[in-house]
Design a protein around this ligand. Sequence first.
Ligand code: PMP
Length: 460
Amino acid sequence: MSSTTAFTAPAPVGLAEPLPVLGAEVEVPLVSGEKVGYAALDYAASAPALRRVWEDVAAYAPYYGSVHRGAGYLSQLSTDLYEQSRQAVTDFLDLREGDQVVFTRATTDSLNLLAAAVPAGTRVFAFETEHHASLLPWQHAGLSVSYLRAPRSHAEAVAALDAALADCPQGPRLLCVTGASNVTGELWPIAELTETAHRHGARVVVDAAQLAPHHRISVRELDVDWIAFSGHKLYAPFGAGVLAGRADWLDAAEPYLAGGGASRTVARQEDGSVAVEWHRGPARHEAGSPNVIGAYAIASACRALTEAGWEALREREERLVERLTEGLAAIPEVRVLNLFGAGSARVGVLSFVVRGWNSSHFSAALSAEYGIGVRDGLFCAHPLVRTLLGGEEAAPSECGAPEPSLPGERSLNAIRVSFGAGTPLEHVDRFLAAVRELVTDGARWSYRNEGGRCVADTRR
Ligand code: PMP
């Protein structure tokens, strides 16, 4: 018999209401044929749209027009809206005088843009714990990268960077570091790392994909050089992202994409070639027709979060995190993955493994039998998850293959639960109750592997 209990703690007193999001009333079918309200607990992958964002976009949609390339009224209106959206992001991030906001497709795009823009010969430093979007663009752009080993505390992270920069004192150098881990949700010591980097003359870009939806960010106070984030994780899923920060390297670089919008003048030369004068400023890296709806949606989300108040949002989220961590701690079969120790501060993102369970199987059962959406796998951070699981080699595991069943045996992948401003307490409680029940009673259905996904076997 499992040592778990069915106890659910009373709801915290005075918990603020979640922000209204789309999908809150959506019902999904269970494998039994019943329907239940969907518990979206995969915000770290993509968060639902804030209702406010959806309404702002819907109100603008009839006025939609081309940006920076039309004489008509709607083109002018759309151009104004696009540029005002830049200002909203500037305010949201508390940028410094002279900083730029470049609209991109998402964080991956932002970091690839920066990788293409840094001065030739820049040496990049990244902890091996980064998401692949922060880990890979540098090498891909032909830069030399020093991968720093996974630190087990904030102090170790700062000391490792200090030593690495001391060993490489010359030339342009850049640290790329996450603000909050997409695997453990743990916060990284951005201000301390930035202070260390700057002392050595290096610059810092923060991957804020998981930080921006959960925390106030002041670029001015943190003193970081660039910030990157995605609209679809910030309740604004309309295909835009942001790279914001220092203008000098961006203005000196070749445009990220060549085309209209980035070019100021193009003239045919005597020899048959064309001479191009490129824009400076954000337009330089925004060739092509801008995604005005995506940018406006991000601006709307920035305003909505600011108006809701970071203090209230943080307090609410911390209560949910507490509820979750305490609930999971009471289930001995569950092991929560932490890099910096059990007490380290985190946003509403947490990964875990369950003794005796294949993580894909467990996640599939949460979906099929409880209507709860989480994610399983290595979360595009393979080196980190492998470190946390305690193995060097990991491969996608076979659904249905029982692993690992003995204490101390390692899992091959993990389960991630994540939430945010739109999550009701009830979703966290339902999740905890489902985990307890699965651990105690097992899955009620059988599961099989279908095209690499673990799914309930509905064949008769
Ligand atoms: N960095 C982190 C920390 C992330 O969690 C993600 C998305 N999972 C990314 C970067 C990449 O973001 P996107 O897929 O929106 O480009």
